[in-house]
Ligand binder design. Structure first.
Ligand code: NPW
Ligand code: K
Length: 501
């Protein structure tokens, strides 16, 4: 896992690396700037393209000056630097890089407080005004310059963080900040890049390694973690010879109503495709023909109106409840019966989450290690309204701990909060997956992995990753606009096999 740090910890990591590698501060800046350039030259290979750098006088500005010099060494020949002298202070590494840049043929302009901003005819803009040192919203000259740059409507590449955008903590609504087409960020994505508030400011980002001490970073034991493919490869177990269907557990999905049988079919199919040894669906009697024809692999327990279904609780390795279940009195009675009789972790999704939201006392009665899979609205119904995602992130951590549950908060970079107080950000998935039924598929995968004896936190992290990865494998190479859930399900065995290879 890649630990994600808040800006104060990022500064500590820089300082630790400087003191213990050891490396001088200006050489660390040089390393960061070279890492930036390494990525930049691949994306912007045209050396005749006019590029303007807007640099502040702190270390972010110092990076900007160093990047301009290094690009000049690479024979980029239309480089202009504008230094925003809005503060009396300048950092030592800024000063050192200013002296170095003066030795090159890069044009340097100085922009004083309150003076007119010069015309800009560049094609590409590098934003190196402010980085992770931001400590208040932009105002005055900074705000004026940032609005000017945004109005130019050019391709903007931000160094480390778009100027004015807070790396962590609550992002003020309508904040004035650079709208970057690309952010080349140092060492780790900043936590707020992974939350929806970043959408207007960060079109895409790339994290480049600058050699910050990994030992130190891990010692901070950050609650925020970024899940990468290597982490999933480590957890995923191979299927062995001489194993049989019993080895991989029995999932029971309690789902569907007459008009929402699709949700039951998708979640059951996903469980079977994600490797559950046996899958049973508890569905309304009217859905039996659909189940038998669509999914001959899946067994059925049928539900009749005003009758509680007969369930042999001990038979099942895990139970998932909710997709298409409805929120009527019968659904509530069924949910209560499940909670009363079943003592292993449950997976709770969709309508079952809304039933919990309306009957909050049930939340504290769920078996330890149970998994909730809310999207934003379901999350707020359960835990109260939130005005931003930073708050939601904090609540997910607090509630997962307090209730001894895992919470999968669905979004781009879906967050899994665990009872151990961690929040894992997923790194797979794409907008083509924004389609009805995708959540039902995820529920089926989570249940299948629980049945295969993965610990609840691992089952969540893996399911979310695999779900997104299957969507990426379908959508990205084929440039698909939409990936339908049924299609994604058939990709699951392929994706899982690749991850085990
Ligand atoms: N440390 C390292 O070794 C490495 C660092 N690296 C680079 O350093 C960057 C962080 O640099 P930084 O700490 O100097 O802060 P930076 O973002 O340039 O801001 C400068 C100053 O601006 C001020 N300020 C804040 N908010 C403001 C506002 N709203 N309006 C006006 N002023 C405002 C505030 O000063 P203050 O107001 O507190 O006096 C702040 O100190 C990081 O993003 C990365 O690019 C890399 O080279 C890797 C190695
Ligand atoms: K910046």
């Amino acid at each position: 896992m890649l630990p994600l740090l808040i800006s104060e910890q990022i500064r500590e990591g820089d300082a630790y690396t400087i003191a213990n590698e050891p490396i001088s501060s200006v050489n660390l800046m040089e390393r960061a700037s070279r890492a930036f350039v390494g990525w930049f030259v691949n994306r912007f290979p045209d050396k005749n393209e006019p590029i303007t750098f807007y640099c502040g006088t702190g270390n972010n500005g110092g990076d900007g000056l160093a990047i301009a010099r290094i690009l000049c060494d690479h024979h980029y020949n239309k480089l202009n630097v504008v230094i925003a002298r809005f503060s009396e202070k300048s950092s030592d590494d800024f000063k050192a890089n200013y002296e170095r840049l003066k030795q090159t043929c890069v044009t340097i302009k100085e922009l004083e407080k309150g003076t007119q901003i010069p015309e800009d005819n560049s094609r590409v803009i590098i934003d190196a005004l402010l980085g992770s040192g931001l400590n208040k919203p932009l105002a005055g000259d900074y705000a004026r310059l940032v609005n000017f740059i945004n109005d130019l409507d050019k391709t903007v590449v931000a160094v480390d963080v778009p100027t004015g955008f807070f790396s962590d903590g609550e992002v003020p609504q309508n904040a004035i900040a650079i709208k970057a087409g690309l952010v080349i960020t140092f060492q780790q994505p900043k936590i707020n890049f992974l939350l929806p508030e970043s959408a207007p400011y960060v079109d895409c980002w790339e994290a480049v390694n600058i050699g910050i001490s990994e030992k130190f970073v891990h010692s901070l034991n950050s609650p925020y973690q970024f899940v990468e493919e290597k982490d999933i490869r480590q957890i995923l177990k191979p299927r062995h010879h001489f194993s049989n269907k019993g080895t991989y557990g029995h999932v029971l999905l309690i789902a569907g109503q007459e008009k929402t049988m699709g949700a039951a079919l998708l979640s059951s199919s996903a469980a079977a495709h994600a490797g559950a040894g046996l899958t049973t669906a508890c569905i309304p009697e009217s859905g039996l023909t659909a189940l038998n024809s669509y999914l001959p692999e899946v067994m059925a327990i049928t539900r009749r109106e005003n009758t509680m279904p007969q369930i042999e609780w001990d038979k099942f390795s895990t139970i998932a409840v909710g997709p298409g279940l409805g929120k009527d009195g019968e659904a509530l009675a069924l949910l209560k019966t499940i909670i009363k009789n079943y003592k292993k972790p449950l997976v709770i999704d969709a309508d079952a989450l809304n039933l919990l939201a309306e009957n909050k006392e049930l939340l504290t009665m769920l078996p330890a290690g149970s998994i909730l899979t809310p999207h934003m609205k379901e999350f707020d119904r359960l835990f109260g309204t939130h005005s931003n995602w930073w708050q939601r992130l904090q609540t997910s951590i607090v509630k997962a701990k307090e209730l001894n549950l895992c919470i999968i908060l669905k979004n781009d970079y879906t967050i899994t909060a665990t009872p151990a107080g961690k929040a894992y950000f997923n790194s797979t998935g794409n907008p083509a997956m924004a389609s009805g039924g995708m959540g039902d598929v995820l529920t089926g995968i989570v249940a299948a992995l629980l049945a295969q004896k993965y610990k609840p936190a691992d089952a969540c992290i893996m399911a979310v990753y695999i779900h997104g990865k299957a969507g990426d494998e379908l959508a990205l190479p084929n440039r698909m606009n939409v990936v339908l859930p049924g299609k994604l399900i058939t990709q699951l065995p392929v994706t899982m096999a690749k991850l085990k290879a």
